[in-house]
Design a binder for this molecule. Structure first.
Ligand SMILES: Nc1ncnc2c1ncn2[C@@H]1O[C@H](COP(=O)(O)OP(=O)(O)O)[C@@H](O)[C@H]1O
Ligand SMILES: [Mg+2]
Length: 585
């Protein structure tokens, strides 16, 4: 007996889903973390780029502001008639006296570090910041520009001391006559500190070594009383810095990266520093160096790291919750699945047991049949043997012998009849269907039944008003109906009532087929359940003279017509046998 692998284990749904789900969630989390990292990095880089732009702008603004201040100062000086006269005369003593006080106050209040009177031939007449030096020709770019264009010229200039100075030169004309040039200037170092304070950024001024000699640079350092390392960068020298110490990682390679316009991030004694650079142009529009921006982003970085850790933790938590919910849901699904699987398993087992029982039933039916046949044949045969013995013994009495022989023949005839009935039973399988008016068939059978049944039990026939014609084998149906009538009569004692035959519409509910129900109802003794269970088994009978073949024949006939037999019985009240026949066979 084959059952669809009832022992197979139910599939582990949880294991199948949770793994891939966990992998998917992890993947999503990784993508999320990488995206957050990318966004934060780009925000940080943009912030630094904005700060670099702000530094460049602030630097230019401060230079402009100071230039304007210097311009106003020079205008004020030019308005001084006495000074004008002294300049025209080339009177150094008068100039020193007239401008000395002004220079001191400019230098203390506004960090003005240079103030010159220069003759039209560009030879210095008086240096307020270094009165002893004079008579030398000055060749600075700002002065050249002022002479060529005959108007004010300004810009940053790298001085001989290796210092960066903002200079403003103005031609001084009087009634169309050029008296000479006024030059004013300031060291820009204090600007760096101002920028540092406004933008919280450290600055480093680097000058291209092509525009500076080691001696100049050294002199500048001595002047400022600072120490420096000329060799630190191959191409550039450090001119000024706001930080006390430069990061160790800021080397030649990193500088080249900055000069290439790329920002960099380094760590310096546990601090994170972000670097970028802005070019410095002098008055002649030459790129003489770089302003390197150094921003301490340690706090920003740690906020950044914390936010990533927080995002990852929150996503982990969310993923855990999602996994948990899924786990519970799958647990339920798996439980239902397992229950269903167990049910199927049980059903399969029941089915196989049912088949086994059917098999046993069949075997027991065969046993009953064989027993029935043996019993039916045994009785007359025992009689034949006994009678033959008797006849042997009483062979002298011809009369008696003849009588015994008659009885022997009668027993033999019983056997033959029985065998004939059996043969009749086997013939029931020949089926010849033809359209048959059912009313006539029923009437004929009732007539036949009345002849065979001598108790004259009343038989009531109930037929539909319209004639019913069914394609059936009339001989077989008549035979079946006759058997049912006979059984009904045999079950009905005198005075228990009559028999009813009915033909009415009915349908096979299971197959949803229309058809007709031919029923025989009696009010006799009925059947207990244990009898009802076995009535269709061939040779099963409760009557001493019964054959047990009537109902099997009825069932066989119904099946040949693609119909079925149903029975309802109540002990003591009666029985109803119904043959259902489909509309067309
Ligand atoms: N109408 C009925 N009322 C009560 N019992 C019945 C009825 N029809 C059949 N039976 C029972 O079914 C048994 C089998 O019937 P059947 O196959 O016709 O064989 P038989 O009539 O030879 O006994 C009967 O012995 C009887 O016990
Ligand atoms: Mg019978």
């Amino acid at each position: 007996m084959s059952a669809a692998s009832p022992t197979r284990q139910p599939k582990r749904i949880k294991a199948r889903f949770i793994g891939p789900l966990a992998i998917t969630l992890t993947f999503i989390m990784c993508v999320f973390a990488v995206a957050i990292y990318g966004i934060e990095t780009s925000i940080r880089d943009r912030d630094l780029a904005e700060r670099s732009a702000a530094v460049a702008k602030l630097f230019a603004q401060k230079l402009d502001k100071d230039t304007n201040l210097m311009l106003a100062t020079l205008h004020a000086m030019m308005a001084n008639g006495a000074m004008q006269e002294a300049f025209r005369r080339g009177d150094r003593a008068a100039l020193a006296q007239l401008g000395g006080e002004l220079f001191r106050s400019l230098s203390s209040a506004h960090r003005i570090t240079h103030l010159y009177f220069i003759r039209p031939d560009l030879v210095s007449l008086y240096r307020f910041h270094s009165p002893a030096e004079f008579g030398d020709e000055i060749q600075r770019v700002t002065l050249q520009q002022a002479r060529e264009e005959q108007k004010a010229a300004h810009g940053l200039e790298l001085g001989p001391m290796g210092t960066l100075t903002l200079r403003l030169v103005m031609p001084w004309r009087q009634n169309g006559e050029l008296l000479g040039y006024l030059e004013i200037g300031e060291e820009i170092e204090h600007l760096l500190d101002e920028i540092r304070h406004s933008l919280a950024i450290d600055l480093l001024v680097l000058v291209d070594k092509r525009y500076l000699t080691l001696a100049q640079w050294q002199r500048g350092l001595d002047l400022m009383q600072r120490s420096g390392n000329w060799e630190r960068f191959g191409t550039h020298a450090v001119l000024a810095q706001t930080a006390e110490q430069l990061p160790a990682a800021l080397d030649e390679r990193l500088l080249r990266q900055l000069l290439g316009g790329r920002a960099a991030e380094i760590s310096d004694f546990g601090r994170s520093v972000h670097l970028a650079s802005v070019p410095i142009l002098d008055a002649g529009a030459r790129q003489i160096g770089e302003l390197v921006l150094m921003r301490d982003i340690t706090a920003l970085e740690s906020t950044f790291q914390w936010s990533i850790v927080a995002v990852i933790l929150i996503s982990l938590l969310a993923a855990g919750v999602v996994l948990g919910i899924f786990y519970l849901a799958l647990e339920r699904v798996e439980r239902d699945y397992r229950r269903q699987h167990d049910l199927e398993h049980q059903l399969l087992r029941l089915d196989s047991e049912h088949r086994r029982i059917l098999q046993l039933e069949k075997l027991s039916a065969v046993g009953t049949m064989v027993g029935g046949i043996a019993h039916q044949l045994n009785n007359p045969l025992v009689g034949v043997v006994n009678l033959a013995q008797l006849a042997e013994r009483e062979a002298d009495d011809p009369e008696r012998t003849r009588e015994l022989l008659r009885e022997i023949r009668s027993a033999g005839e019983d056997c033959r009849d029985f065998v004939k009935r059996m043969l009749g039973f086997s013939k029931v399988s020949c089926f010849e269907g033809k359209p048959t008016p059912m009313a006539e068939l029923i009437e004929d059978t009732v007539l036949l039944f009345r002849q065979a049944e001598n108790r004259h039990l009343p038989v009531e026939v109930r037929l539909p008003e319209q004639p019913v014609v069914l394609t059936v084998d009339p001989i077989l149906i008549r035979h079946a109906l006759f058997n049912l009538l006979l059984n009904a009569a045999q079950a009905t004692a005198d005075g228990e009532g009559g028999i009813e035959i009915s033909l009415e519409r009915g349908e096979d509910k299971e197959r949803n087929l229309p058809g007709w129900t031919l029923a025989v109802t009696d009010h006799g003794r009925g059947m207990p359940p244990e009898v009802m269970e076995r009535i269709f088994v061939p040779f099963y009978t409760t009557r001493s003279d019964g054959t047990g073949l009537g109902l099997p024949v009825v069932q066989h006939v119904a099946l040949l017509h693609d119909g079925q037999v149903t029975v309802a019985s109540e002990p003591g009240h009666g029985t109803r046998f119904a043959i259902w026949l489909p509309d067309t066979v």
